[in-house]
Structures are given as C-alpha cells and as structure tokens.
Design a protein around this ligand. Structure first.
Ligand SMILES: Cc1cc2nc3c(=O)[nH]c(=O)nc-3n(C[C@H](O)[C@H](O)[C@H](O)COP(=O)(O)OP(=O)(O)OC[C@H]3O[C@@H](n4cnc5c(N)ncnc54)[C@H](O)[C@@H]3O)c2cc1C
Length: 406
C-alpha cells in the first residue's frame, strides 16, 4: 500500500534500495512532513559471495557502479542534513540500533533474496512501517486490472495499460543539467540525468530509436538508461515525462513511442515477478515446466569466456566481460545460444549475466531468460535465434565482431 503521504510528525528512517536518488523521491519530496529523517542502505547478502561455478555474484564493475551511486547519494543527503549509514550486512544493521523508535519506510522489491532481506529487516524492526511500490512506470495503486488477473502476455498487458495510460505521477520532476556529455557510465543520479538529457534533447537520438535500437557498436544505438533505472537513480516516470515533453516540443513519432513501449516491457517483467516471485528463479520457470538441460562446466566456461567459435556470441561475451555491458540484440543471442545450441541450464547463464551486467535487475534478467527458454509467458513455445543469420542481418559489415574478436 502506498500510504507515505499519510505519515506525519514522525522520526523517520528510510531504507534506500532501488530508489537511489533525491529527486522524484517519495520520502525526500515530503521532508517537511517529518520531525527527523535518517537513512541507510544494506548490501545484498551475496555481495561478497561466489557462485558455485567460481565467479563473483557481484562483479567488480557492478560494485563500482553501485559504490558511485551510493557516494553521490550520501553527498546529496548530507546537503539535506540527513545522516546516511551503509551496512555490510543485517548484523551490522542490528548492532547499530538505528531502527529503534523510528518509523521505517522503504520501496518494496520482489526478488527472492530481496524479500528475504526485507524479512530480516522487519525482524529487527517491529514498529511502524510504510512501504511504496514506485519502481514501475505504471501506477500500481490504479492498475486497470487486479494484479493477479494481469494479462499473461505482453501485448494485452500493453493494450490494457494504454499509450499514455495508468502511469504513476512524478512527484517532482528533476531538472536536467544545462550541458550534457554523450556518455559516462558512472553510477548516480547526475550521470543518469545527464544521459537522459543527451539522448533526448541534445542529440535527438530518441527520434530515430526504432531504427537504431538493434545496433551493437558504440553507445548511441539505444538509450542506455538501464543501469540507472536498475538502481533507481532515475525513475521510469521521470523518463516518461521527459519523453512526453520531447514529443510535445520537438517530435512525436514511432521512435519516441517505442521507448515508452520498452519501458512497458520493463514493467511487464516487474509485475510478473510480483505475481510469480520465487518461480522466476526456478528451473521450470513460471510455467513450472519440465525442461532438459545439461550442467557441463567446460561448455559453460567456453560460452562465458567468449570461446565457443560462434563469432557473434563470442564478440558479445567478450564485450560483456570487458565492460559490464551488452546490447539487447546481443543478450538475446547469447542466451538463446547457451540454452538452445549448447543445451546448458539457463540458470547458469542468468547467474553469469547477473554477475556481470551493470544494469542487473532480477525481473529484467531472469524474466528475459525464461522468455527465451520457453518457460515464461510467451505465446511462442520458445525463442531460438539463428546466430549466424542474426550476425548477417545486424552486423553485415562485421564491424561489431571485428571490434571484439580481433
Ligand atoms: C537475456 C537477457 C537479460 C537481460 N537482463 C537485463 C537486466 O538484468 N536488466 C535490465 O534492465 N534489462 C535486462 N534485459 C533487457 C534489455 O536487454 C535491457 O534492458 C536493454 O538492453 C538495456 O539497454 P537500454 O537501456 O539502452 O535499453 P533501451 O532499448 O533504450 O530501452 C529503454 C529501457 O526499457 C527497458 N527495457 C528495454 N528492453 C527491455 C526488455 N527486453 N526487458 C525489460 N526491460 C526492457 C530498460 O529499462 C531500458 O533501459 C535483458 C534482456 C535479455 C534478453
């Protein structure tokens, strides 16, 4: 329930999760309502752990991006007079006793580990708690359907929500910077707003997004907003508001709509995770289907290291390992190849992308993997990509493959 506006005259403690920004923020936009505000963040339990296959659950690049985001947040909170504590784990939080006699607020998250962490925090704190659900663009208080009756596939979901439909209202639209630079892959609200400004107003790249979005070379073929959306450095509704402003002031075309359409894909997976929860991470997916796969470590590592011999897959995995980034086209191909050509357990591939992707998000990552494996909600039984054909279509001049393989 979103009841944050009901909280008055409390000593508040806000738990920052995937809402790492100060503008358009449920609590910070209402500071005058409270007697005092303190804030904290806890690292995920797996932060320093390794997957059984031997890779870090959170790669160094992901850690750096998160650290940058938290540092910027700490500096901004300091200017607002809000103390910000970062805890390594739940024990540190408990020992600090900072939850005592406070009203706790936080944004809800629905991944298995995120819910476990929430339960652990609630065990320490048994007093007043307010939560909100503003990670999505759609307004979850006013969905045009009951959540459990949400359409099972994307197209009817998108049609029900509508083009400018049941969206969440921005609380306070952040100002975009005066000047922008093209791309700085750094965590935090400022780099997020900088990228938004660049992609829309300064470069007009959004006006050709539909034609360029399947690209793989450079940083301008798509918005590249996902790393910041994943940490909540910018809210989806802020991105939406600026797209609409762009449509009103510059041009409204298929491309501008297509970016909204992609934000709805994001919402689709977020809401599906809320419904299906732990099944998102299970072998049979939300369909709980029996599927065959192997757990051959040697084949897995050839894929992970970009040494399969399929040059589109290898180029993409090498880009991922070097930068923490891969295009959507690349992600679809590497996932399909691991599942359908190599026959490996999809959860190994999903875990590896979880480790490496700077924009890692449980719903977006595991939801897309299930979709390709044919165990999510998809009108087609599964999605197999012909990687050779895809290379010819999307990298005809070999520019992308040469960049990463030579
Ligand atoms: C196997 C696989 C794993 C993925 N893992 C993640 C992940 O961990 N985190 C993540 O944010 N996205 C994930 N995606 C979705 C998508 O690839 C990325 O969101 C997109 O490539 C990010 O680039 P962008 O910001 O330039 O996207 P744009 O094309 O500019 O789209 C704008 C925004 O829409 C959302 N979006 C776009 N496509 C999708 C999609 N298919 N599913 C959900 N949301 C989408 C993202 O928030 C994105 O930032 C995955 C896709 C696949 C196939």
């Amino acid at each position: 329930m979103n009841a944050v506006d009901e909280i008055k005259n409390r000593n508040l403690i806000h738990w920052f999760r995937k809402d790492q920004r100060v503008s358009d923020h449920e609590i910070l936009s209402r500071l005058a309502q409270f007697d005092s505000v303190t804030a904290f963040y806890i690292h995920e339990e797996k932060y320093d752990a390794q997957h059984p296959l031997g890779f870090d659950w959170v790669s160094k690049k992901r850690k750096t991006f998160l650290k940058e985001s938290l540092l910027e947040l700490a500096a901004k909170l300091d200017l607002l007079g809000i103390g910000f504590h970062i805890f390594k784990n739940i024990n540190e939080l408990e020992a600090s006793r900072i939850l005592q006699e406070k009203t706790l607020t936080y944004q809800r998250c629905y991944g298995t580990e995120e819910r476990k962490q929430e339960n652990n925090v609630l065990e320490i704190h048994a007093e007043e708690v307010y939560t909100f659900n503003h990670f999505t663009l759609v307004d979850q208080e006013n969905l045009p359907f009951e959540l459990h009756q949400m359409p099972k596939t994307f197209t009817p979901f998108k049609n029900k929500v509508g083009k400018y439909g049941s969206y969440s209202q921005t609380i306070a639209l952040p100002k975009l910077p005066k000047n922008s630079i093209s791309f700085e892959l750094k965590g935090g609200e400022n780099p997020a707003l900088n990228r938004l400004k660049y992609y829309l107003n300064d470069s007009n790249l959004i006006a050709t997004y539909k034609e360029t979005r399947n690209g793989m070379v450079g940083s301008d073929y798509s918005s590249r907003l996902s790393p910041w959306l994943a940490l909540g450095n910018v809210s989806a509704r802020t991105v939406f508001d600026y797209i609409v402003q762009y449509e009103n002031e510059v041009i409204s075309n298929e491309s501008t709509y297509w970016l909204i359409f992609e934000l709805l894909w994001r919402d689709f997976f977020q809401l599906q995770l809320q419904i299906h929860r732990d099944r998102f991470f299970k072998k049979g997916g939300i369909q709980q289907k029996e599927i065959k796969s192997s757990q051959n470590e040697q084949i897995f590592w050839q894929w992970a290291n970009g040494e399969t011999g399929d040059d589109l897959v290898d180029a993409n995995m090498r880009e991922l390992n070097a930068t923490g980034w891969m295009s959507n086209r690349g992600r679809q191909n590497v996932a399909s190849y691991l599942i359908h050509d190599l026959g490996i357990d999809w959860r190994w591939g999903a875990a590896y992308l979880e480790s490496q992707l700077i924009d890692y998000d449980p719903a977006g990552n595991y939801g897309n993997w299930m979709y390709i494996a044919g165990i999510g909600h998809d009108p087609r039984p599964f999605r197999k990509f012909n990687t050779q054909g895809q290379a010819e279509r999307y990298d005809a001049d070999r520019c992308y493959r040469d960049l990463w393989l030579k």
